[in-house]
Design a protein around this ligand. Structure first.
Ligand SMILES: Nc1ncnc2c1ncn2[C@@H]1O[C@H](COP(=O)(O)OP(=O)(O)O)[C@@H](O)[C@H]1O
Ligand SMILES: [Mg+2]
Length: 421
């Protein structure tokens, strides 16, 4: 009830009380008793209003106490970095903490009393995620027990966050649904660290393997290749088979070469070169392969940009990246290679293609040794590329969308601004 309403009820009741009781006293009470009755009714009125005021004050105190407790609870859950949401038995949101509202972009929405599917209308980006949450909640209800699961949520900056979600369904005594507590902990860093560790382990195994076997294979391979070529020239009628053998040997040679690049340790000799010149060389080198696939390479570059680098490694890096782009393209596809000043400290080389793109589920495996979607791929090109960029104190990012294309951004520090790792 509103304060103003209570006031009006009190005033109306008070005036009516005075008018009616005065009228009754005047009419029915003998004159000698009138004074006493008037006093009694005055006292009665004061006692009655006194009792009412007492109960109102008590109620206010109780409400203040509840408010204080609610404030404490709100402060507590709002200070949590985990996201927390309470929902009622019908899935309507009762309370959510700041992290939760921020995560789902519901900060300025009156969310209370609304279900996930209703809230989904307020956010385009998390529409699907909220609809999916409703399904997961239902599973938690059916499970009738605390459930833990791992969920991924897309983030507007294009990345993903991993959450460990705990759902606690609460039931009334009669077994009906009372409420659902949902708590989500951001475990992205842990996940990425695990993934990195897995990659590192694999990489170090590959490194060791390469170091021990690589050199042993390389030398005999060179002599076999030489003899196959000589035999091919002698036996003209079998030349076709010798050609195939040479090609396959070259493939083995290529794989061993890439493995050796991964092997540690490597002595690097850095000199100053213009990135534009190195990339231009590679573009013309790969032009034949592009022409064969009818792929056009568009090469754009700003003024000369000097970096300290190991030229052959850098060539290898751009061969890997541009080759991947050409291989991803269909006929009449386009590969754009652009060199620009990325920032005060870095040169930015962007290689973009309008090819097949990389399916989302494979994107996190990029750079992992031996991961390849190609029949004759080695799955070492990107691993080697990551290592080369790292050796040059740079960064490499891959953005890709299936059936749209892939964009690889390579940041390399300018001459004298590098901190090699
Ligand atoms: N530009 C690209 N477009 C589409 N897929 C790509 C691209 N670059 C890399 N990939 C994917 O990454 C995988 C690994 O690449 P890489 O390490 O160079 O090995 P390989 O080329 O031998 O398969 C490829 O098999 C391919 O699936
Ligand atoms: Mg490749």
């Amino acid at each position: 009830m509103k304060k103003r309403q209570i006031l009006w009820i009190y005033i109306t009741f008070g005036i009516s009380w005075i008018i009616i009781t005065d009228f009754l006293v005047e009419k029915y009470v003998p004159i000698e008793l009138a004074m006493t009755v008037q006093k009694t009714k005055g006292i009665f009125f004061i006692v009655l209003t006194g009792i009412c005021i007492y109960y109102i004050l008590k109620k206010i105190e109780e409400l203040n106490c509840c408010k204080e407790q609610e404030d404490k609870l709100s402060t507590l859950i709002n200070s949590m970095v985990d996201f927390v949401a309470f929902k009622d038995g019908q899935g309507r949101w009762v309370k959510a903490n700041a992290s939760c509202l921020k995560l789902f972009q519901l900060e300025n929405i009156d969310y209370q009393g609304k279900k996930d599917c209703e809230l989904a209308k307020y956010t385009d980006f998390y529409h699907k995620a909220l609809m999916h949450c409703e399904k997961l909640d239902e599973e938690a209800w059916l499970n009738r027990d605390i459930s833990r699961s791992e969920q991924t949520l897309p983030i507007p900056d294009g990345t993903k966050k991993y959450f460990e979600t705990i759902k606690v369904p609460l039931f009334n005594e009669d077994g009906s649904r009372k409420g659902l507590v949902v708590i989500g902990r951001d475990i992205t860093d842990r996940k990425l660290a695990e993934e990195q560790l897995r990659k590192k382990e694999k990489l170090s195994i590959v490194g060791e393997l390469a170091a021990s076997v690589g050199h042993e294979i390389k030398n005999p391979l060179t002599s076999i290749k030489g003899f196959v070529q000589i035999l091919g020239k002698k036996n003209k009628e079998d030349e076709m088979y010798y050609d195939i053998m040479t090609k396959e040997l070259e493939r083995i040679d290529h794989i061993v070469g890439e493995l050796l690049l991964l092997a540690k340790p490597q002595k690097l000799v850095f000199s100053t070169y213009d990135v534009k010149e190195i990339v231009a060389d590679i573009v013309s080198l790969l032009q034949t392969q592009a022409n064969m696939k009818e792929v056009t390479i568009h090469f754009q570059s700003q003024e000369s940009l000097l970096i300290d680098c190991e030229k052959n490694l850098l060539k290898q890096l751009f061969i890997n990246i541009i080759k991947n782009a050409i291989e991803a393209c269909k006929e009449n596809g386009n590969v754009t290679v652009n060199i620009e000043k990325g920032s005060e400290k870095n040169v930015l080389v962007t290689v973009e293609d309008d090819g097949c793109g990389i399916p989302k589920e494979f994107q996190k495996r990029l750079g992992e040794p031996f991961y390849s979607s190609k029949e004759k791929g080695t799955g070492l090109g990107l691993t080697v590329s990551h290592k080369i960029v790292q050796q040059h104190g740079g960064k490499i990012n891959v953005k890709s969308e299936e059936d749209v294309g892939t964009q690889v951004k390579i940041h390399l520090p300018f001459k004298n601004s590098k901190s090699p790792s």
